[in-house]
Design a protein around this ligand. Sequence first.
Ligand SMILES: Nc1nc2c(ncn2[C@@H]2O[C@H](COP(=O)(O)OP(=O)(O)O)[C@@H](O)[C@H]2O)c(=O)[nH]1
Ligand SMILES: [Mg+2]
Length: 324
Amino acid sequence: GRNLVSVQDAPRASTGSSKVDLESGATLEIDLGGGIVETGGRVIKDSAALESLLEEMEMILLEADMGIDAIDTVLNLLRAELIGSRLRKGANLAKVLEASLKRALRSLLRAGYWDLDETVNRLSKSEDGPVVLMVVGVNGVGKTTSVAKMAHRFTQEGHEVVLAAADTFRAGAIDQLQMHANRLNVRCVRSQRGGDPAAIARDAIDSAKARGADVVIVDTAGRMQNKTNLMEELRKVHRVSDPHLVLFVADALAGNDAIEQAVVFQKVLDFDGFFLCKLDTAKGGAALSIAHITGRPIVMVGVGQGYEDLHPFDPDWLLEEMFR
Ligand SMILES: Nc1nc2c(ncn2[C@@H]2O[C@H](COP(=O)(O)OP(=O)(O)O)[C@@H](O)[C@H]2O)c(=O)[nH]1
Ligand SMILES: [Mg+2]
C-alpha cells in the first residue's frame, strides 16, 4: 500500500498550530508539522505541484467515503496555511501535506469525544433512576444490533440493563430485540405491533426503576419513507423518556446518504454522539463528514454482527484504514 506518514511522530511546526471553529461547532486544528520553518527554506507557492498533491489527497478521501463538503473545508484550510509558509530545506512537500492533513482530520475526529462506558458509569452513580439511552437512525443501519451490543457491554461491566422495544412498526423488529434480550438474559419491555413507542419507553423506565436496574436502552423505528411521522414519533419518545444520551447510528456503507441522514436527525433530536456501524465492510470517511457537519463526535464503531463487535472509536485506527 501507500507509504503511511505516521501522525504521531511529526514534530509541531515551528510556526505553531491554528484552531479553526467550523460553523457546526466542530473544530479543526491545522498544524503543518516540522517540515515548516520560521525562516530560511523555500516559500510554498500556489503551484501546479501543490494542486496535484491536493488532488491526490482529495481522491483518497473520496474513495474513503468522506463527503465533498468536508473534504473541501479541510483541504481549503490546509491550502491556505501552506501557501506562503516556508518549507524546511530537504523537507518533502508531499509528506508535509499528508501528515498535516492527517493531523487536521484527527483533530476533527477527536473534537468533543466522550467515552461511552465512562459516561454511563458516571451517570449511573450520580443519578437516582436508571441511565436512559435513546438510539436513533434510519432502517437497516444497525440500531437494534447496536442496542444488543451495548446491552452485552454494560452487562459485562456489572450493570443491569432493560431494553425498550420502541420500534413497534414491524412485528419483526420487536421479535429481533426480544431474541437478543433472551440470549443476553436481559429484560425487554415490548408491546404488540403498532403499540405506542413512547409508552413502551416509559414502561421500560418504570420497570427499571422498580427493579433498581441501572441502564435503559430504547430502540426506535427508522422508516424514512414516512419522515414527518417518524420524527414526530421520535420527538414524543424523547419527550416522554427524557434520555441522558441520544445516540445516532449511521451505516458506513451508506456513504453520502449517511451524512444527509445525520443532518435530518440532528435537526430533530440534537444527538450527543454517533455510532458508525459496518466498518468491517466499508471505509469510514463518513465519520469525518458527520463530525464536520453536526459537530458531534463518533463514539463507537460496529465492526461485525457479534456482540463483541462494538468498540470505542479510535481516530488513528480510522485514519490508517482510510489511507491504506
Ligand atoms: N457486517 C456488519 N453488519 C452489521 C453491523 N451492525 C449491524 N449489522 C447488520 O445489519 C443488519 C441491520 O441491522 P439492524 O440492527 O437490524 O438495523 P436497524 O434497522 O437499524 O435496527 C443486520 O443484518 C445486522 O446484523 C456491523 O457492524 N457489521
Ligand atoms: Mg431495528
